[in-house]
Ligand binder design. Structure first.
Ligand SMILES: Nc1ncnc2c1ncn2[C@@H]1O[C@H](COP(=O)(O)OP(=O)(O)O)[C@@H](O)[C@H]1O
Ligand SMILES: CC(=O)N[C@@H](CCC(=O)OP(=O)(O)O)C(=O)O
Length: 305
């Protein structure tokens, strides 16, 4: 008796898609990925739900995702409701003690809670904390540099030390840490407002992460913004350093953060479009490589990092 011919399964293309991800799954297994989810990429419900699915997917695929979140638009909206003004100097929010209370309330009490809730729809994974918890992030007062002048912008901080113990413990326990960009000073006991890109970069470096991924509301770093929308897909740390003085507004802390990360052991730092659903999965598990990738000089110009 002869065997019946193998049946043609209509789901075969799906298997091909899964197999396409195999080299990337192998490469990234067990690696830490710090993902910065920004205020402007965070205002759409469908995008937020897709973001949570991607992070949970990474976790179940054997990676160690850590989320650092911003919330600039949400802070500004709350200040507005309270009749307080939002003022930015050199891309940083001027933070009076009164503003700091609002920043802390919105980041830790609203934005972080929402992200934890979205992630935990998929299981008991996410645990929220701020840089204040377990001495995760320590800071000193930061001044804005405006045309070479040192300008006081209040309770804005720069990270001086990261104690990764609590984050590592959560990761080892299979959890997904969700971190708000607030830090306490060791010197004056004040709580400081930290730009979330800066916080994500410092954490990625301290954790020895493989990848820093910064989601934003543009396709990546534009070569000649705003004159052109040609995205720079890959650049080395030295190339980025030369470009930095030409950059404007919100791109400055992002690209400074990417530079800091790759200079301090992170293998790639990427700025990707948070408006594209599942942009994290596309970036990690396909070779389409959306957005801008910064690599250490040693990795050179070519090849996949
Ligand atoms: N060279 C550049 N390439 C891309 N965007 C740029 C550039 N320079 C300035 N930008 C601005 O930076 C913004 C992203 O920063 P920001 O608004 O702080 O984002 P997020 O809220 O995601 O942290 C972009 O929307 C764009 O307006
Ligand atoms: C010092 C400073 O500017 N802190 C930011 C912190 C939040 C943040 O960075 O949010 P996005 O990533 O959404 O911009 C702020 O107060 O808006």
């Amino acid at each position: 008796m002869t065997n019946a011919p193998a049946r043609k399964h209509t789901a075969l293309p799906k298997a091909r898609i899964l197999i396409e991800a195999l080299p990337w799954l192998t490469r990234h297994h067990g690696k830490t990925v710090v993902i910065k989810f920004g205020g402007n990429a965070m205002v759409d419900d469908a995008l937020k739900a897709a973001f949570a699915q991607d992070v949970v997917f990474l976790r179940h695929a054997g990676l160690r995702p850590v989320v650092v979140h911003g919330g600039g638009p949400q802070i500004s909206a709350q200040l507005d409701r309270l009749g307080l003004t939002s003022e930015f100097r050199a891309g940083l929010r001027v933070t009076t003690p009164e503003t700091m209370d609002v920043v802390r309330m919105v980041l830790a009490g609203q934005v972080q809670r929402e992200l934890v809730g979205l992630l935990n729809r998929h299981g008991p994974l996410a645990v929220g904390m701020t840089g204040e918890d377990a001495h995760l992030m320590s800071a000193v007062k930061r001044f804005a540099d405006i045309d070479g002048e040192r300008v006081d912008i209040g309770r804005v901080g720069d990270i001086t030390h990261v104690d990764t113990g609590a984050v590592r413990a959560l990761l080892d326990d299979g959890r997904v840490p969700v971190i708000s960009s607030i830090a306490r000073s060791a010197d004056d006991d004040h709580v400081y407002n930290i730009n979330a890109d800066t916080a994500a970069a410092a954490l990625a470096a301290a954790l020895g992460a493989e990848t820093l991924m910064v989601l934003t509301d543009v396709e990546g770093l534009y070569a000649d913004w705003p004159a052109s929308d040609e995205v720079i897909s890959r650049l080395t740390e030295s190339e980025l350093e030369k470009l930095l003085p030409e950059l404007a507004s919100g791109m400055v802390p992002k690209m400074e953060g990417c530079l800091f990360a790759v200079r301090n052991g992170v293998r790639t730092a990427r700025v990707i479009d948070g408006r594209v659903q599942h942009s994290i999965l596309l970036e990690i598990f396909t070779d389409e490589g959306i957005g801008t990738m910064v690599v250490p000089d040693a990795a050179g110009k070519g090849g996949a990092a």
